[in-house]
Design a protein around this ligand. Structure first.
Ligand SMILES: Cc1cc2nc3c(=O)[nH]c(=O)nc-3n(C[C@H](O)[C@H](O)[C@H](O)COP(=O)(O)OP(=O)(O)OC[C@H]3O[C@@H](n4cnc5c(N)ncnc54)[C@H](O)[C@@H]3O)c2cc1C
Length: 430
């Protein structure tokens, strides 16, 4: 019977392993870390799982956090665009709320689920040099080992490096002392030219906390945070975040209880930068066998639009379906077909994310956001389309597409905000 080896037990590898297990396809997970090691580790991300990912979790029977997330979820997304002195806000409601869940807890729980259902797990880091032996042991090897050194196995796409360097410096952490937005949800706070701040209800150690993800454009008004490392000076770090909230995001500063404000634990901070990169979805080993790439191995997105984990999960299911549909032989033809199915999904997430990363923010993106502020239907679909990247990219891929969409949805003529215009504009789909 077909046997699949999966290297890496992040969300991509785990969703594929659980999917195959559910369909009685023997799968071995090669996991670098045990559950205990994950739980003791550093914050790897502050990922939101959108509706379709939650539906896949439900299908896999790993929706353990539904009850906890009922009133601690991304049901509403409160958008604040600070265009000069003018703040434009709208609130969109997700049809299916997203959840922010600590991946140390999430992946260790799913790993235990896989084991409890009889899954085969081999612990320890797999090296590129180990892959030929694994490919002899399994009919197909899937590499899902994240952004580490194994990515080099897969050729970069010719259009897979739109930027030569990271477009944002990322500073994320879990905080005590920040009340959630009401009605319950997250907030996306955008200062064109300076960066973005995401505030997120987050399920983590100790229960319900708040995650803040700051995406910093060097030289902008959030830049001070780029220069402060938590591990070097935690007190200064917390003070810098608080100052940033007061100065740049006063509506969020109002939610802060200064007596308890600060990073929850030393392990709960992540600072760094990512260069968006797309790679081919398969590669040939020296022994002639083919291996597939899944998740961040083949596509690294800046987290500004919360797409990476959701894309890894979507592609795990696409790959699982491809394995069920045809498992005669995993040759180049098979790999090319599976890659095409995944790239179709990945490409929209990649292009849309990179579009929104550009400085200055492209005119059609500004126009869409501006329109959403006065048009609840546009606001609602913009927010819901975080779960459907193809839909937002269909709208933003060209000026003509954006104009056609806005005309059809009653956008009407839009006056882009200008500096010095301090009117507040709001829309709500609550
Ligand atoms: C700050 C931040 C915020 C983010 N927010 C979001 C968000 O809101 N929504 C979203 O969808 N995405 C988000 N992402 C992106 C998301 O975290 C990744 O896209 C996602 O985790 C990728 O999943 P993966 O399974 O491909 O890789 P990973 O999650 O990196 O998992 C890879 C696994 O492979 C293991 N491994 C590594 N090397 C080896 C080896 N040699 N042998 C065996 N195992 C190995 C690792 O230990 C790990 O368990 C965010 C990322 C960051 C950094």
């Amino acid at each position: 019977m077909t046997s699949i080896g999966i290297v890496g037990a992040g969300i991509g590898g785990l969703h594929l392993a659980l999917y195959l297990q559910q369909h009685d396809v023997p799968a071995t997970l090669y996991a670098e870390l045990t559950s205990q090691q994950r739980l003791a580790g550093r914050l790897p991300n502050t990922a939101v799982h959108w509706g379709p990912t939650r539906e896949r979790e439900h299908a896999l029977g790993v929706n353990h956090w539904d009850e906890q997330a009922d009133d601690w979820c991304v049901r509403h997304v409160h958008f604040y665009g600070m265009f000069g002195a003018r703040t434009m806000t709208f609130t969109g409601m997700n049809d299916v709320p997203g959840i922010g869940i600590d991946h140390r807890i999430y992946t260790s729980t799913l790993l235990e689920d896989f084991l409890a259902r009889g899954g085969d797990v081999v612990y320890g880091a797999v090296m590129v040099g180990d892959l030929p032996a694994l490919s002899d042991r399994h009919d197909l090897v899937v590499v899902s080992a994240g952004r580490g050194s194994m990515v080099e196995l897969f050729e970069r796409r010719s259009d897979g490096r739109p930027f030569t360097e990271p477009q944002r410096f990322i500073c994320t952490g879990i905080f005590d002392g920040i009340a959630p937005q009401q009605p319950i949800g997250s907030s996306i706070n955008v200062i064109p030219g300076s960066g973005e701040l995401f505030q997120l209800p987050f399920l983590t150690f100790g229960g319900r906390k708040t995650a803040l993800l700051t995406e910093i454009i060097p030289g902008g008004q959030l830049d001070e945070l780029r220069t402060v490392r938590y591990e070097q000076d935690p007190v200064r770090f917390n003070a810098t975040v608080l100052r940033m909230l007061r100065t740049s995001f006063p509506h969020l500063a109002e939610l802060v209880d200064e007596n308890i404000f600060g990073i929850t634990r030393a392990e709960d901070v992540l600072q760094g930068a990512i260069t968006p990169t797309a790679r081919r979805g398969y590669a040939q080993l020296e022994n002639g066998k083919w291996v597939m790439a899944l998740g961040d191995v083949s596509l690294v997105n800046d987290p500004v639009l919360a797409q990476g984990a959701n894309t890894a999960s979507a592609c795990a299911f696409l790959l699982g379906e491809a394995i069920l549909a045809d498992n005669l032989v995993f040759d180049e033809m098979w790999c090319a077909r599976a890659e095409a199915r995944m790239w179709d999904y990945q490409r929209a997430a990649f292009e849309w994310t990179n579009h929104m990363l550009r400085t200055p923010l492209p005119g059609n993106a500004t126009k869409l956001i501006t329109t959403a502020c006065g048009n609840p239907e546009v606001a609602r679909s913009f927010i819901n389309n975080y779960a459907a990247p193809q839909a937002n990219w269909d709208i933003l891929a060209s000026d003509a597409r954006t104009d056609a969409y806005l005309t059809r949805h009653g956008g009407g003529p839009v006056t882009p905000p200008s500096a010095g215009d301090d009117r507040a504009t709001t829309a709500s789909t609550r």
